[in-house]
Design a protein around this ligand. Structure first.
Ligand code: SAJ
Length: 412
């Protein structure tokens, strides 16, 4: 089959690459002219281990090429962003423009797969847009299995940093708008997939993706709420969780400075927006996790006040990334905390982030420095990310200092 992938970002490009690696002719489409030129030159515009080699080979062998306009294909895979609007419902404008991009080249026999994280009902909405743009073709809503154009929703669930491996190994949930659409999509993914294809309908598949990330968000919120309760009651939360997890049916996650990344902090809102009356726990979990950075800032301000020094207190923030051992600062609670401290603190603020270049600080008003320099200079140490190098910090190195440990590196 000829495959067209619409949207060549963190999901679209790796997906295009794994198909092309199997010798399948893949045409990538993106609005970003620079990205298109980069890919056609056999290079990549995003950071993901293992991706560069596969793209280079696929382009050199002629299996992968890209353009800003769509060409005819047998299957279209849509992997465009779904950001959220100010009211926290999903903004489907990129899916709408993907529909407009492929509509002119659609033909009987085509399969369209939506991979973007989407609220329930989006695949049906996509079908409606396409049916309006191409009234000459039949779609599953009216023609079911006999429709000329079939549609399915197949969420990606890969972990950034392990995308090339998880794309091939993870099981795949496939939700067709007809059973024929599910079968066609499964046949397509089997071209590279080692994991299983699990067939369902589109609405369930849409909800499955949102549910997986909400499950994690709610569980992290439970741990974060425990950390607030334990602080209030004078109990060490890390010891408490360790003890509770000895129970055979208890498995509590770790508290932290809040929840970052561009999935877990976003997807639960799509559920809340579509079922606001029912999604009470999911909404509260989001609020608990989003409230954690402010709580940490208040803890640091208390620690600064407790030093008794009227001025010139030095704060060192350890870690800026949204989780351990990566360089990704997007939606990072650690970064938000460091920025808030740097803008409100009268004394010096130092930041340490071993995974980013040491020449520019992403925190205005703060100085980026090495771990050792920060530890030597600090009066108050704020541990924000459990990066590997921070695990070696000892209580001895913190002697005479105050600290706020959001990850249990010292207190845990
Ligand atoms: N976190 C905690 N405590 C924990 C675990 C995580 O505070 O015990 C925090 C992390 O520090 C981070 C945030 O949660 O700030 C999210 O990190 P993560 O490792 O849980 O997840 P992501 O955002 O890197 O990737 C998730 C994954 N989803 C699930 O594990 C259910 C991944 O499989 C999805 O593909 C990805 O979202 C996505 O794209 O949706």
């Amino acid at each position: 089959p000829r495959i067209a992938v619409i949207g060549l970002g963190y999901i679209g490009l790796p997906t295009a690459a794994v198909f092309a690696k199997q010798g399948v002719p893949v045409h990538g489409v993106d609005v970003n002219e620079k990205a298109v030129a980069t890919i056609n030159a056999g290079q990549i515009h995003i950071v993901e281990p293992g991706l560069a080699d596969v793209v280079k080979t696929a382009v050199a062998e002629g299996h992968l090429r890209a353009s800003t306009t769509a060409v005819a294909a047998d299957a279209f895979i849509i992997a465009v962003p779904t950001p959220f609007l100010p009211d926290r419902s999903a903004d489907l404008k990129f899916i709408r423009s993907a529909a407009e991009t492929i509509a002119p080249v659609l033909a009987a026999g085509n399969l369209i797969i939506l991979e973007s994280t989407s609220p329930v009902g989006t695949t049906e909405q996509l079908e409606q847009w396409l049916a309006e743009l191409r009234p000459d073709l039949s779609f599953p809503a009216t023609a079911g299995d006999a429709a000329e154009v079939q549609l399915a929703y197949c969420p990606e669930r890969v972990l950034p940093g392990k995308i090339m491996q998880e794309l091939v190994d993870n099981d795949r949930v496939i939700g067709g708008l007809s059973s024929r659409a599910s079968a066609m999509a499964a046949d397509l993914y089997r071209l590279f997939l080692k994991g299983d294809c699990i067939l369902t309908n589109a609405r369930t598949a849409e909800m499955a993706k949102l549910t997986e990330n909400s499950f994690r968000d709610v569980n992290i919120a439970f741990a974060n709420e425990l950390s607030l309760i334990c602080d209030h009651l004078g109990i060490n939360v890390w010891e408490l969780i360790r003890l509770a997890n000895h129970h055979p049916r208890v498995d509590i996650l770790q508290p932290g400075p809040g929840v970052g990344g561009h999935c877990i902090a976003v997807d639960p809102w799509f559920i809340v927006a579509s079922a606001p009356e029912q999604a009470r726990l999911i909404r509260t979990a989001r609020e608990v996790n989003d409230g954690k950075p402010d709580w940490v800032v208040a803890q640091v301000q208390q620690a600064v006040a407790a030093t008794g020094a009227a001025q010139d207190v030095t704060i060192a923030c350890l870690g800026l990334a949204f989780k351990a051992n990566i360089d990704d600062l997007r939606e990072s609670p650690a970064l938000a905390i460091a920025r808030q401290l740097a803008s409100s603190h009268a004394g010096t603020t130092l930041v340490v982030e071993p995974n980013i270049a040491q020449d520019a600080t992403p925190v205005p008003g703060a100085e980026l420095c090495s771990l050792n320099d920060a530890l030597a200079a600090a009066d108050v140490v704020v541990l924000l990310v459990d990066h590997e190098p921070f695990k070696a910090i000892t209580r001895g190195q913190l002697e005479g200092k105050r600290w706020v440990d959001t990850r249990g590196l010292i207190d845990g």
